[in-house]
Design a protein around this ligand. Structure first.
Ligand code: SF4
Length: 970
C-alpha cells in the first residue's frame, strides 16, 4: 500500500482523532482511493470485525465525521464496542451522504427551508446561510391520480390533470431548484422515488473532490428519505431509512441523524423458493414472521446461503417492507449480485470497480454466512416453505395463504370488530345489489328480477350503465363495447374486487413479478378470459423501464387487453390515489354497507387508505392482482375454483395461466439492459417533458410567497428569537382532545387522501374559491398549513372513543370530539381553535402503536398547530414519536398495564403533566387526573424524549428553531 499518499481530509483543516485509520485501496483499473479503514480500526477495537455489516457502515460514517464536536471519539468507541445484547442507552450521530424526498413530504420541507431564508433575511443575515449541505433529490411521484384507466392514453390524460392540479407546487419546486445549489428534482412521469433511487440515484460509493496531488476520499452511500419505504435502498447495501420531514431537514442542513444504538436481528435464509412462489409471497411471509418477532427499532440484516441466492430486485422488495415488519432497516450486504444489478441498470465501470474495491478493502464484500457475525438474535426461514399468499384485509402482517382467502373473508365478514371482523349479518354475505346509472334501485335480494341478467363475478366482461360524462367510464364503455355486447345492469356484492392495481415500488421494481404478471395476462387473454370493465384496473409502475421491458418482451398488449393499461408512473393506488369509483357504485356500497375489496401489489392496506368505501384490501403479487381482476371476487378459491370461463365456455384455472419460473427467466434479459437505463435517466436533465418545461417558477434567493391555496409561509418561526423561550415546565389544566384506540396510523392523524366537502378543510378551500372538483388531496396540499391543520385527525375512519357508542355498540367515525366542559360535539379542528382561543392546553390519549404507518411530518406538525401539548399512549411508532419531539410536543407512555381505559378516563376530566425540573431522556413523569367531582389520581408515565439531543430540541420548541438558531449563529 502506498502509505505516503495524502488523502483529502473529511474535516477541513482539523486533525482527525483516528488519522491512523486513513488508508488507500486500488480498483481493478489501478485507480487509487482513500478511505477510513475499519480493518485498521479493528486493531484498537477487535470487536469490529464481528459487527453486523450494517452497523459497520454506520461506524464508518461516525469514524469519518469524528470532529470532536457533533461526533466525538467516544461515539466511535461506543459503536465500535457494540455488544449484541447490551442495554441500549447510547445515541449514534449518523451523518448521511445524501437525502431523498418525495413530493408530498418534500414540498413542506422546501417550504420550511424557504421560511428559514425569510427569517435569515429578516434578521439581517445572508439567506444563503440556509443551504442543503448534502445532495438532496426530490422525486415527484405521489401526486398523480388514477382518473383515467383501461385506455391507451390514460397516462397522458392523468398527467395533464396532475399538472393542472399541482401547478403551484411544481412552480415552487422550480424555485427551489434555482435557489439551492444542491437540490435536484426528478420531474413527474419518471417514476417512484425508491425505484428511481435504486435504478439511478444510488451510486454505490461517494468520492469527495480532492485537490491536485491528493487521493480522493471514498465512503459508502447512505441516506435518509422523507418516506418510510426509503429502506428499499437497503437491498443494494446502502444504509438508509425513512425519517420525518423534520429530521430530513436537519440532515439536509448538516445535522447528524441521532438514533438509539439498535439491536441487530440476523435473518438467515436457507434453501430456495419453490416453483410458482414469488418475491411478494416471500415478503408477506417475512413481514408476518418479523411482526411476531417484534423488531421495532431494530436493524434486520439478512445473511446465509439463501440470502446470497436472491437477486437484488427480490432483496429490494424485502427491504422495502421494513416499515411493515417494524424494523428501522432490512439490510442486505453488497456482493456479486449487487454488482450484477449495477451493471444491468447502467452504472459505469468506474462506479462498479470502486464499489467492489472499496467494500473488499473494508472486508465487507459478500453476504456473511452463519456464525460469522454476532447478531442480537437470529431468525431463520427455509425459503422452500414459502407459499403463495395475500395479506389483508386490513394489515400487511395478516398473511393468508392463497387457498384460504375465501374462507378467511367469509369468516371475518360476520365477526366483531374486536376479532378484526366486519360485523355484518352472516346471511348478507352472498346478497347481490343492483347498480344502475342515475337510478340506483333497492337490493336485488327479493326484488323483481331485472330486465337483463345481472353480472356475476367471473362472468364475461360486461358494460355498466353509468354517467356518460365521466371520461373514465365512457372510455371503459368504448373499449368494452367493441368487444362485448352492452348490458344495462350489473350487481355488486360483498367480496367483489372493485380495484385491481399493479402499483407500488415494492413490486414494480422487481422485473420477475412484473414479467410474471405480463405472462399471466398473455395466457389469460389467449385462453379467452376477460376482466369486468367496472373493476378499476391500473398499471402504474415506478419506472419507465418497466413498460419498456414489458413492451420489448411483447407482454404489454396483453395487460392492456385486460384493462391494465399504463395509467401513470407514480405511487397512485399505493398512496391512496386510486381515484374514485363511480358514484353509482359508491351509492350502492354505502346504502348497503357492503364490504367490497381492492387487490393491489402495494405494501399498506389500512382502512380507507386505498378508497374510503373499500373496507377489505388485500396485498398481493402483480400476477395475483391480474388473477383477481379476472375472477372479480375474493369469494372464489383460486386454488380449487376456476378463474372464469374461457373460450368455448371452458373453465380456466389459475394453474392454467400461471407462468413457470423458466418462462419468467427467459424474458429477464429485457429487464436488465444497462444502455436502456442510461438512456432513460439521461432524460431527467435533457428532456424532462413539455409539461414540466412549461412551468415558470419564482426566481431569487428568497421566496415571495405568492397567494396560493397550495403553498404558504409556514407559521413555525413566528416570533422567532435567537434565544429559546422556557420549555419543560409540564402541562397544566389541559383538556382531552381525543381518546383513541390501538394502531392509530399517521394516516388517521393526517390523512393524505381526498378532502371531504363537509370537512373544515373543505369549507376553508371553498371559502377561498376552490371548487370541490379542484380540492385535490391532503397530500398535495402539505405546503399549506391552513389546509393541513384542518385536516389533522380528519380521517373519515378515525374513531374518537370520547363519543359514546351508538345503541348497537358501533362507534362514530370521523374527526369529531366533545368540547369540554360543555360536551358539545364538533369537529376536532373547531374544538382545537376554541381551546387555543381560551388558552386551554390539550392532550391526546391513544393505545398501542400510536403513529404507525408512513412517516408523515404533518401528523406531528398538525398536532402542534392544534395546540396539543402532549400525546399519552401505550406505545409509539418510532418516527412519529421523534417527530412529536421535533415539533415540541411531549410524547408520554403509560407504565405497565395502565391505559386510559383502565384508568376510567372519559374525556371530561382535567389533566396536569408533571415533569422533573431537569428534563432527562426517558425520565419518569406524572399524569394528574382531576375528575368532575374534584377527585384526583396520580398516574406514573415515562417521558419518551429518548435522547439528549431530543431534550435540546424540546427546549428550543422543536428541531426547526434549534437548527435555525445554530445556522444563524454560525
Ligand atoms: S409506491 Fe407506495 S411505498 Fe412506494 S413510495 Fe409510493 S407510496 Fe411509498
Amino acid at each position: 500500500m502506498a502509505k505516503t499518499q495524502k488523502i483529502a481530509a473529511p474535516v477541513a483543516g482539523a486533525p482527525h482523532a483516528f488519522e491512523q485509520t486513513c488508508k488507500v485501496f486500488w480498483t481493478r483499473s489501478k485507480k487509487v482511493g482513500g478511505f477510513f479503514s475499519l480493518p485498521e480500526l479493528t486493531k484498537s477495537f477487535p470487536n469490529v470485525k464481528r459487527l453486523p455489516v450494517s452497523l459497520r457502515i454506520v461506524l464508518e460514517s461516525v469514524l469519518r465525521n469524528c470532529d470532536g464536536k457533533k461526533v466525538t471519539p467516544e461515539h466511535v468507541a461506543q459503536l465500535a464496542g457494540w455488544k449484541p445484547t447490551a442495554a441500549r442507552v447510547d445515541e449514534i450521530p449518523f451523518v448521511v451522504a445524501r437525502v431523498v424526498l418525495q413530493d408530498f413530504t418534500g414540498v413542506p420541507l422546501l417550504a420550511d427551508l424557504a421560511a428559514m431564508r425569510n427569517v435569515a433575511a429578516e434578521q439581517g443575515k445572508n439567506p444563503k446561510s440556509i443551504e442543503p449541505l448534502v445532495p438532496v433529490d426530490l422525486v415527484v411521484d405521489h401526486s398523480v391520480m388514477i382518473d383515467y384507466f383501461g385506455e391507451k392514453n390514460a397516462l397522458d390524460l392523468n398527467m395533464r390533470l396532475e399538472f393542472q392540479r399541482n401547478h403551484e407546487r411544481y412552480q415552487f419546486m422550480k424555485w427551489g431548484m434555482q435557489a439551492f445549489d444542491t437540490f435536484g428534482v426528478v420531474p413527474p412521469g419518471f417514476g417512484i422515488v425508491h425505484q428511481v433511487n435504486l435504478e439511478y440515484l444510488a451510486r454505490g460509493v461517494h468520492k469527495e473532490a480532492a485537490a491536485r496531488g491528493q487521493t480522493p476520499l471514498y465512503y459508502p452511500d447512505s441516506l435518509v428519505g422523507t418516506d418510510s419505504h426509503t429502506t428499499m435502498i437497503n437491498g443494494i447495501g446502502v444504509v438508509g431509512w425513512g425519517v420525518g420531514g423534520i429530521e430530513g431537514e436537519a440532515a439536509m442542513l448538516g445535522q447528524p441523524v441521532y438514533f438509539l444504538t439498535p439491536d441487530v436481528v440476523g435473518f438467515e435464509f436457507t434453501g430456495r423458493l419453490r416453483e410458482g412462489v414469488t418475491a411478494t409471497d416471500l415478503v408477506l411471509t417475512v413481514t408476518e414472521i418479523l411482526r411476531r418477532e417484534k423488531v421495532v427499532g431494530s436493524f434486520v440484516e439478512f445473511f446465509g446461503e439463501g440470502t446470497a441466492s436472491l437477486a437484488v430486485p427480490d432483496r429490494a422488495t424485502l427491504a422495502n417492507m421494513a416499515p411493515e415488519y417494524g424494523a428501522t432497516m432490512g439490510f442486505f450486504p453488497i456482493d456479486g449480485k449487487t454488482l450484477e444489478y449495477f451493471e444491468g441498470t447502467g452504472r459505469s465501470t468506474d462506479e462498479m470497480e470502486a464499489l467492489e474495491a472499496y467494500f473488499t478493502a473494508q472486508e465487507m464484500f459478500g453476504v456473511p454466512l452463519a456464525g460469522q457475525i454476532d447478531y442480537t438474535r437470529v431468525v431463520s426461514l427455509d425459503l422452500g416453505t414459502v407459499a403463495p399468499s395475500l395479506s389483508g384485509p386490513r394489515r400487511p402482517q395478516d398473511r393468508i395463504e392463497l387457498g384460504k382467502v375465501k374462507t378467511q373473508f367469509a369468516s371475518l365478514f360476520s365477526k366483531s370488530p374486536a376479532e378484526n371482523g366486519f360485523n355484518q349479518p352472516a346471511g348478507h354475505l352472498l346478497t347481490r345489489h343492483l347498480v344502475r346509472a342515475k337510478d340506483v334501485r333497492e337490493d336485488v335480494a327479493g326484488a323483481p328480477v331485472p330486465k337483463t341478467p345481472s353480472v356475476q363475478p367471473g362472468a364475461p366482461r360486461q358494460v355498466v350503465e353509468m354517467d356518460a360524462n365521466r371520461p373514465t367510464l365512457a372510455a371503459a364503455q368504448a373499449t368494452a363495447s367493441s368487444e362485448q355486447p352492452p348490458v344495462e345492469d350489473m350487481t355488486i356484492g360483498n367480496g367483489d374486487v372493485l380495484i385491481a392495481a399493479i402499483t407500488s415500488c415494492t413490486n414494480t421494481s422487481n422485473p420477475s413479478v412484473m414479467i410474471a404478471a405480463g405472462l399471466l395476462a398473455k395466457k389469460a387473454v389467449e385462453a379467452g378470459l376477460v376482466v369486468h370493465p367496472h373493476i378499476k384496473t391500473s398499471l402504474a409502475p415506478g419506472s419507465r423501464m418497466v413498460t419498456e421491458y414489458l413492451q420489448k418482451a411483447g407482454l404489454l398488449p396483453y395487460l392492456e387487453k385486460l384493462g391494465f393499461s399504463l395509467a401513470a408512473y407514480g405511487c397512485t393506488t399505493c398512496i391512496g390515489n386510486a381515484g374514485d369509483l363511480t358514484p353509482e357504485i359508491n351509492d350502492v356500497i354505502n346504502k348497503n354497507d357492503l364490504v367490497c375489496a381492492a387487490v393491489l401489489s402495494g405494501n399498506r392496506n389500512f382502512e380507507a387508505r386505498i378508497h374510503p368505501n373499500l373496507k377489505a384490501n388485500f396485498l398481493a403479487s402483480p400476477p395475483l392482482v391480474v388473477a383477481y381482476a379476472i375472477t372479480g371476487t375474493v369469494l372464489r378459491d383460486l386454488m380449487t375454483e376456476p378463474l372464469g370461463k374461457g373460450k368455448g365456455g371452458r373453465d380456466i384455472y389459475l394453474g392454467d395461466v400461471w407462468p413457470s419460473s423458466s418462462e419468467v427467466y427467459a424474458l429477464m434479459k429485457y429487464a436488465m439492459n444497462g444502455k436502456a437505463y442510461r438512456q432513460n435517466y439521461e432524460k431527467v436533465a435533457s428532456t424532462p417533458g413539455k409539461l414540466w418545461e412549461k412551468i415558470q417558477g419564482v426566481t431569487g434567493q428568497v421566496y415571495n410567497w405568492p397567494k396560493s391555496t397550495y403553498i404558504a409561509r409556514p407559521p413555525f418561526f413566528e416570533g422567532f428569537t435567537m434565544t429559546p423561550g422556557s420549555a419543560g415546565t409540564g402541562v397544566r389544566q389541559a383538556r382531552a382532545m381525543a381518546l383513541f384506540g390501538d394502531s392509530i396510523t399517521t394516516d388517521h392523524i393526517s390523512p393524505a387522501g381526498s378532502i371531504k366537502e363537509a370537512s373544515p378543510a373543505g369549507a376553508w378551500l371553498k371559502e377561498h374559491g376552490v371548487s370541490k372538483a379542484d380540492f385535490n388531496s391532503y397530500g398535495s396540499r402539505r405546503g399549506h398549513h391552513e389546509v393541513m391543520m384542518r385536516g389533522t385527525f380528519a380521517n373519515v375512519r378515525i374513531k374518537n372513543l370520547m363519543i359514546p357508542p351508538g345503541p348497537d355498540g358501533s362507534r362514530e367515525e370521523g374527526g369529531v370530539t366533545l368540547f369540554q366542559p360543555s360536551g358539545e360535539k364538533m369537529f376536532i379542528y373547531d374544538a382545537a381553535m376554541k381551546y387555543v382561543a381560551q388558552g386551554t392546553p390539550t392532550v391526546i390519549f391513544g393505545g398501542e402503536e400510536y403513529g404507525t404507518g408512513s412517516s408523515r411530518d404533518w401528523a406531528a406538525k398538525g398536532t402542534q398547530l392544534l395546540g396539543v401539548k402532549a400525546v399519552i399512549v401505550r406505545s409509539f411508532e418510532r418516527i412519529h414519536r421523534s417527530n412529536l419531539v421535533g415539533m415540541g410536543v411531549l410524547p408520554l407512555q403509560f407504565k405497565g398495564t395502565d391505559s386510559w381505559q383502565s384508568l376510567g378516563i372519559r374525556g371530561d376530566e382535567l389533566f396536569d403533566i408533571e415533569l422533573q425540573s431537569e428534563i432527562r431522556p426517558q425520565q419518569d413523569a406524572t399524569l394528574v387526573i382531576t375528575r368532575g367531582d374534584g377527585q384526583q389520581q396520580r398516574v406514573p408515565l415515562i417521558l419518551r424524549i429518548d435522547t439528549a439531543i431530543e431534550v435540546d430540541y424540546y427546549k428550543h420548541g422543536g428541531i426547526l428553531p434549534f437548527v435555525l438558531r445554530q445556522l444563524l449563529a454560525a
